[in-house]
Write a protein that binds this ligand. Structure first.
Ligand SMILES: NC(=O)c1ccc[n+]([C@@H]2O[C@H](COP(=O)([O-])OP(=O)(O)OC[C@H]3O[C@@H](n4cnc5c(N)ncnc54)[C@H](OP(=O)(O)O)[C@@H]3O)[C@@H](O)[C@H]2O)c1
Length: 288
């Protein structure tokens, strides 16, 4: 690092208060980018801003938005479109898990809503700015766990058989399908869309897991997981590497483009998910 190769680039990172998002924000700021973070809690946002300042010397504007509310996502997009004249990179990173099936204020299953529908909606609303700023990039932080995901269009919200890991895997499969379908819809615009598995990273992502599993998770994290800085590296690369300027529609397993699961490569499933996502963001209240 040390070189300010991202001078003049404007980057919006969701989930910038913790883990991979915070580490990416600090490094990209240090590379000279104007980074804006999105968080849902004012205290944690202020703490993240102080951390980024301490690591990079840069001041980081921030927005508050709880991704469990589609109205809040719309408000966020309005503010960004009003305040930010150029957007070179959107990093869809915010994510969470829920021990029990939880409905958002929109009546949507929370894992699917926070991890997929919120970034889906945010991306569509920010597309005009990304297109005006082209060449520009959308980076969606998915997960290798997408490979365990299924896409049951008759019960996307798990009214039957909710299980924390199944819901998480479905939301991450949705990230991969969304990202590649988005790329197909952006052909010719010089806006790229790629998704990435950052590796198994020791972060707060399992904060929403059942209490009784937490000692096991802590042990698991300490033994097999990589550091937050290592996990952020492929996200930072997708946001910044000049040789990836025209690479689009790919799933990256850390630094390498890789084939995602079979379902994740199914264009019909991707197209159907797109239609369902449009329907759900326009007409929530459907899973109550
Ligand atoms: N860690 C891994 O092993 C791993 C592996 C593969 C993929 N990923 C993906 O990496 C991304 C980042 O996760 P992480 O591991 O860095 O976990 P993390 O440390 O828990 O960070 C998650 C971020 O998302 C934010 N967030 C959660 N729920 C939100 C909501 N309702 N509204 C707005 N923001 C919300 C969190 O905000 P707060 O600070 O307010 O909680 C935090 O900033 C996620 O998409 C995750 O699925 C992680």
């Amino acid at each position: 690092m040390g070189q300010r190769v991202m001078n003049g680039k404007h980057i919006l990172i969701t989930g910038g208060t913790s883990g991979i998002g915070l580490a990416s924000a600090a490094v990209l700021s240090g590379m000279g980018a104007s980074v804006i973070i999105v968080g849902r809690d004012a205290g944690r946002v202020a703490q993240a801003q102080a951390t980024i300042k301490a690591r990079s010397g840069a001041a980081t504007p921030a927005y508050l938005c709880d991704f469990a509310s589609l109205a809040a996502v719309r408000q966020l997009a309005d503010q960004v479109l009003h305040d930010v004249p150029k957007l070179d990179v959107l990093i869809n990173n915010a994510g969470a898990v829920f021990a029990r099936r939880t409905l958002t204020s929109d009546g949507l299953e929370a894992t699917f809503a926070v991890n997929h529908l919120a970034p889906f909606l945010l991306t569509q609303l920010l597309l005009p700015r990304l297109k005006e700023s082209a060449p520009s990039r959308i980076v969606t932080v998915a997960s290798g766990r997408h490979a365990h995901g299924t896409m049951d269009f008759d019960d996307l919200g798990f009214t039957r058989g909710y299980q924390i890991l199944r819901a998480y895997a479905r939301s991450k499969l949705a990230n991969v399908l969304f990202s590649s379908e988005q790329a197909r819809r952006l052909v010719g615009t010089r806006v790229t869309s790629n998704s990435v598995h950052p590796g198994r990273v020791a972060t707060n992502i399992w904060a929403g897991a059942p209490e009784w599993t937490k000692p096991l998770i802590r042990l698991w994290l300490s033994r097999t997981f990589i550091t937050v800085e290592e996990g952020a590296a492929p996200v930072i690369a997708l946001a910044s590497r000049p040789d990836l300027d025209q690479v689009t529609g790919q799933y990256f397993n850390r630094h390498e483009a890789a084939a995602p699961s079979g379902v994740a490569q199914d264009w019909d499933v991707a197209a159907r998910l797109w239609r369902e996502s449009e329907r759900l963001v326009l007409n929530s209240e459907v899973w109550r």
